[in-house]
Write a protein that binds this ligand. Structure first.
Ligand SMILES: NC(=O)c1ccc[n+]([C@@H]2O[C@H](COP(=O)([O-])OP(=O)(O)OC[C@H]3O[C@@H](n4cnc5c(N)ncnc54)[C@H](OP(=O)(O)O)[C@@H]3O)[C@@H](O)[C@H]2O)c1
Length: 301
């Protein structure tokens, strides 16, 4: 049995769908009253009600599971009482203990690119969980993806592919190497019971080390639109972060990651890993085409 924690989120849902497509047994941890519960039932998931803040529910959810995959985090999806410390750190560590108690064979944890500095609580907690996992008795796989195309070239970050709008931090020249969420999900599913994934960090990037301006150029070519690019100065973000961090650590962490993304280049030769895990990479061009086609077909229906 594969337990997915974070199953109602973007990546978690994609993992659930791929597990079912592969004919794998699936249990999804869902918080009560989640609007996504029906969707998960429809794809054939067994539902385990639970919350990372409630260790008893994790013990129950892990019972009989052989693999635990977690993508859960509070960055966007937050309920009253959720904090980064209670969910991302303590909740993930409680899940790890529950998996150990239930003699789970493999624990797949979704972290972030190893290049992202731990200069904010969100990434500090992720690195803490990575360290705990590596020194646990569990067989582990740590997914370390860079920026998701759907988020970093999507409405959440001020992009609109249909209307030709993009928002960029700083010069837009530093490579982000965007990866499609579906490709991260494909790696997660391929890692299940895969000896090649045992006790291994998987740094996951897109097939090309694209910078934000490279991404805009591709989007312009595919859509035929001239994009209006809003450039957010790094200095303004730094100031906002200083003011916001004490009041809103989640937003502060988000801003810290945005600022940091202008200071290091993401990217690696993904060919060996893609080959090893049998994953077909989605190019940024394909991502834009798919988005435009999906929007057009939703307008027709
Ligand atoms: N976005 C990026 O560019 C990027 C890049 C690298 C790595 N990542 C990592 O990828 C992972 C997946 O991201 P995503 O975009 O798929 O996240 P997401 O869509 O925001 O999903 C978050 C999930 O966590 C669940 N969750 C939150 N608090 C919980 C709690 N207390 N108990 C149980 N579940 C809880 C949510 O459940 P509810 O629906 O009940 O709230 C939801 O299923 C994250 O670890 C993220 O840090 C993201």
């Amino acid at each position: 049995m594969n337990l997915v924690v974070g199953a109602t989120g973007t990546l978690g849902l994609a993992i659930c769908q791929r597990l079912r497509d592969a004919g794998q047994p699936l249990r999804a941890l869902v918080r009560p009253n989640s609007p996504k519960e029906c969707l998960l039932r429809d794809i054939g998931a067994e539902i385990a009600y639970g919350d990372l803040k409630e260790p008893d529910t994790l013990d129950r959810a892990c019972r009989g599971a052989t693999v635990v995959i977690t993508t859960a985090n509070v960055m966007i999806s937050k309920r009253p009482g959720d904090t980064m410390k209670r969910v991302d750190r303590d909740g993930s560590l409680a899940l790890l203990r529950a998996a150990d108690k239930a003699a789970v064979r493999q624990f797949i944890y979704t972290s972030a690119s190893p290049k992202v500095p731990a200069n904010n609580p969100f990434i500090q907690y992720k690195r803490e969980v990575e360290t705990a996992l590596r020194s646990s008795r569990l067989t582990w796989t740590i997914l370390q993806p860079c920026a998701f195309m759907e988020i970093h070239a999507g409405p959440a970050t001020g992009w609109n592919l249909q209307q030709g709008r993009a928002r960029i931090i700083g010069s837009g020249l530093v490579p982000m190497a965007y990866i499609a969420t579906g490709d991260v999900a494909a790696f997660a599913v391929s890692a299940v019971h895969n000896a090649n994934a045992s006790n291994r960090d998987l740094y996951l990037t897109g097939p090309q080390p694209l910078s934000p301006l490279d991404a805009v150029a591709i989007a312009e070519r595919v859509t035929g639109l001239r994009f209006k690019v809003q450039k957010v100065p790094v200095a303004a973000l730094k100031l906002t972060r200083t003011v916001l961090q004490p009041m809103n650590p989640i937003l502060g962490s988000l801003l810290a990651m945005g600022i940091a993304s202008t200071e290091y280049a993401e990217g690696t030769d993904m060919d060996p890993l893609l080959h090893e895990f049998g994953v077909q990479a989605t190019t940024f061009e394909q991502f834009v085409r798919d988005r435009i086609a999906a929007r057009a077909s939703s307008r027709e229906t």
